[in-house]
Ligand binder design. Structure first.
Ligand SMILES: CC(C)(COP(=O)(O)OP(=O)(O)OC[C@H]1O[C@@H](n2cnc3c(N)ncnc32)[C@H](O)[C@@H]1OP(=O)(O)O)[C@@H](O)C(=O)NCCC(=O)NCCS
Ligand SMILES: CC(=O)OP(=O)(O)O
Length: 331
């Protein structure tokens, strides 16, 4: 069984409820159908029922196992508005504004999660990442003891001898545009934890740069060196090293040549990018050129799971993100 099948199998045993707020999108409808029929989760689509059923019919899909909720008719609508007002009134949100926010299905889905009506939210096939992440931060917030939420991608690269049999976590490829050294250190530690929990592998974390162990001098490199120092001081047990170039991190012979004393070089399975330009470009290139499966952005550090997608995703990617979201309910 490959890693993706294993993730799905584990999700099936947990019997969780996932809401997909972008119910009008055909990829989302197909993913809801497939995830519900495979038994990965109980799936609720938000949207106008007749419209969704007609689309499904034209795609040859029977949505018998999928719940459809039109938020305009939902009896909990006013209760959620009051709860949202309560939650954010100190930030200046009035009750009328809360009602307005809840016309947006993403905010509605987050309130369903906040209130325990579902166990996770997956969106981003239509919405941009900021429009998925912001409601999650405003309503679900970070888990107790966590200051910084972030994101990672689970990358499964076919015929790849590197990482954990071709499986990697990339971070942050979806959330933090330009993390400080301290933020980068937190991102590395959180992503290592996600690797352990999601994949059951021992994380081997490379703090990536265009320099390996002093081969180049630049303030951009200094940030990665400082992040490495902070991450080590926060979590001395973690197998983490930097600064490393991607080839030194991944390829044993190159790692041996460029960083012979590194415990990570040539073995990395968690790749930490210095900023979102690098991370986002790298994940999309890996997905498109190496034909990798890219699941994410997986949000880390939230009190309950809300996960993002790329607007370029396929229905299969959404199904896999549903499985990951189910597994995160156990973190
Ligand atoms: C995610 C993002 C929207 C947050 O934007 P932001 O401008 O910081 O949002 P705000 O300042 O309005 O913060 C919203 C809330 O989130 C909280 N927050 C922001 N970043 C946070 C973080 N990393 N961890 C925890 N909470 C965070 C804020 O404290 C605030 O909470 P509050 O309203 O309860 O006080 C922003 O980082 C972003 O646009 N990132 C780029 C995403 C992107 O375009 N990705 C590319 C494609 S994947
Ligand atoms: C994660 C990401 O890059 O999202 P999108 O492709 O929707 O911008």
């Amino acid at each position: 069984m490959n890693i993706l099948e294993k993730l799905k199998q584990k999700a099936k045993n947990l019997k969780k409820r996932i809401v997909l707020p972008e119910g009008d999108d055909e990829r989302v409808i197909k993913a809801a159908h497939d995830a519900a029929n495979e038994g990965l989760a109980t799936v609720t689509l938000l949207g106008e029922e007749e419209n969704i059923r007609n689309k499904a019919k034209s795609m040859g899909l029977d949505l018998g196992k999928v719940e459809i909720l039109n938020i305009q008719d939902d009896e909990k609508k006013e209760l959620y508005a009051q709860k949202l007002h309560e939650l954010r009134k100190q930030k200046g949100l009035t009750l009328d504004q809360a009602r307005e926010w809840l016309k947006n299905p993403m905010y509605y889905a987050c309130m369903m999660l906040y209130e325990g009506r579902v166990d996770g939210v997956v969106a981003g096939a239509v919405l941009s990442s900021p429009d998925v992440i912001r409601p999650a931060l405003q309503i679900i917030k970070t888990a107790p003891g966590i200051k910084l939420a972030s994101s990672c991608f689970l990358m499964v690269v076919p015929d790849c001898p590197y990482g954990a049999n071709g499986t990697f976590l990339y971070a942050d490829a979806g959330f933090h545009p330009n993390p400080s050294a301290e933020e980068l250190a937190y991102i590395a530690i959180t992503t290592a934890r996600t690797a352990q929990l999601l994949l059951g592998v021992t994380p081997c974390v490379a703090m990536l740069s265009f320099s390996t162990k002093g081969s180049a001098k630049h303030e951009l490199v200094d940030k990665v060196i400082e992040a490495t120092r902070i991450a080590r001081s926060l979590n001395p047990e973690l197998l983490l090293d930097g600064e490393l170039q991607a080839d030194a991190a991944l390829v044993p012979e190159v790692g041996q040549r460029k960083a012979p004393d590194s415990p990570v070089a040539g073995k990395a399975n968690v790749l930490i990018f210095p900023d979102l330009n690098a991370g986002n470009i790298a994940y999309k290139l890996t997905e498109r050129l190496a034909k990798a499966t890219a699941i994410g952005p997986i949000l880390q550090g939230l009190a309950k799971p809300v996960n993002d997608l790329s607007r370029g995703c396929k229905a299969e990617d959404i199904v896999l993100q549903i499985a990951v979201t189910v597994l995160q309910t156990q973190f």
